[in-house]
Design a protein around this ligand. Structure first.
Ligand SMILES: NC(=O)c1ccc[n+]([C@@H]2O[C@H](COP(=O)([O-])OP(=O)(O)OC[C@H]3O[C@@H](n4cnc5c(N)ncnc54)[C@H](OP(=O)(O)O)[C@@H]3O)[C@@H](O)[C@H]2O)c1
Length: 281
């Protein structure tokens, strides 16, 4: 059995669907089973990664874990899960991390949280695989309110390029790694097929939506406020802004062939992602 944590989120839902498509037996954790809305074939259990008391029941009979958490408590969550998994006799943890977690000079919060989380997984003594995606294509959903209201995209750091990756491809890699041998002890850095700036993503969205859109460069403070308006807590908004500033670094514009190497299918384009999410804009 494979346990998927973060199963109600962007990546986790897709991991669940793709695992079910392989015929795997899937259990999923959520803090709110009543609203989880997961497929009927999934064994849904209530668990909070911040509360280790519920984890033994969630891990009973589990061979592999897809580990996904977020926010400042991420190192605590990963440590709780890793220790409980070791006690439960789990074989391997596949952790969703972040692109620069392996770079010790990346000291902004999100890579630092994930670096600590990866270390907790290593310290558990279990086999592991780390997936380190660059920015998600789905971050463009943050632009939907101003696109709908005024046909504009408000973003900061427009000079930077990120080889954004489709969450479906992250999930495809996760499902492959969880169901085929040979990925133990490996780090997979995941990108999309081309580096794109926010103005370039705006152009692609305009083509897909069939109406003109205008890119408006805003200050990092205004961009932070937009994230807050999206319902993201302040600590996480600060961490996201620090990560976004790194779009100006070379690292984020490097294209990695990993999605195709692992899954056998080329990484999906931002245009593909936009076509699937037209209704949101
Ligand atoms: N966005 C990016 O550009 C980007 C890039 C690289 C890496 N990442 C990483 O990707 C992860 C976020 O993935 P996502 O966008 O798919 O997530 P998401 O849509 O924000 O969903 C978060 C998931 O985490 C679960 N969760 C949160 N707190 C929990 C807790 N205390 N106990 C158990 N589960 C908890 C939620 O489950 P319930 O609410 O159902 O309990 C939910 O399923 C983060 O680790 C982030 O650092 C993001």
């Amino acid at each position: 059995m494979i346990l998927v944590t973060g199963a109600t989120g962007t990546v986790g839902r897709a991991v669940v669907d793709q695992l079910l498509a392989t015929g795997a037996t899937v259990r999923a954790t959520t803090r709110n089973p009543a609203t989880a809305d997961l497929p009927a074939a999934v064994d849904v259990v209530r668990a909070d990664l911040g509360d280790p008391t519920g984890l033994p029941a969630a891990l009973d009979g589990v061979e592999q874990v897809f580990l996904l958490s977020g926010g400042p408590e991420l190192p605590v969550h990963d440590g709780n899960l890793a220790r409980a998994a070791a006690r439960a006799g789990v074989d391997r943890i596949v952790k969703l991390s972040v692109g620069r977690a392996g770079d010790p000079t990346a000291t902004d919060p999100i890579p630092s949280w994930h670096r600590a989380g990866e270390q907790a997984v290593i310290d558990s003594g279990l086999a592991w695989t780390f997936l380190r995606p660059l920015g998600f294509m789905s971050n463009a959903l943050h632009w939907a309110p101003t696109i709908r209201a005024t046909g504009t995209v408000h973003a900061a750091f427009g000079d930077g390029r990120i080889a954004v990756v489709d969450p479906l491809d992250i999930a495809a890699v996760a499902a492959t790694v969880l169901t085929t041998p040979g990925h133990e002890g490996r780090v997979h850095t995941l990108s999309g097929p081309e580096p794109l700036s926010a103005p370039e993503q705006t152009e692609i969205l305009a083509e897909v939506l069939g109406r003109p859109l205008r890119y408006v460069e805003v200050s990092p403070e205004a961009s932070r406020q937009a994230i807050l308006d999206h319902g993201v807590p302040a600590g996480l908004a600060d961490a996201i802004m620090a990560l976004r500033a790194t779009a100006l670094y070379e690292f984020t514009s490097v294209v990695h062939a990993t999605v195709e190497e692992v899954t056998g299918s080329p990484a999906r384009s931002f245009r593909d992602w936009a076509l699937r999410h037209r209704a949101s804009f």
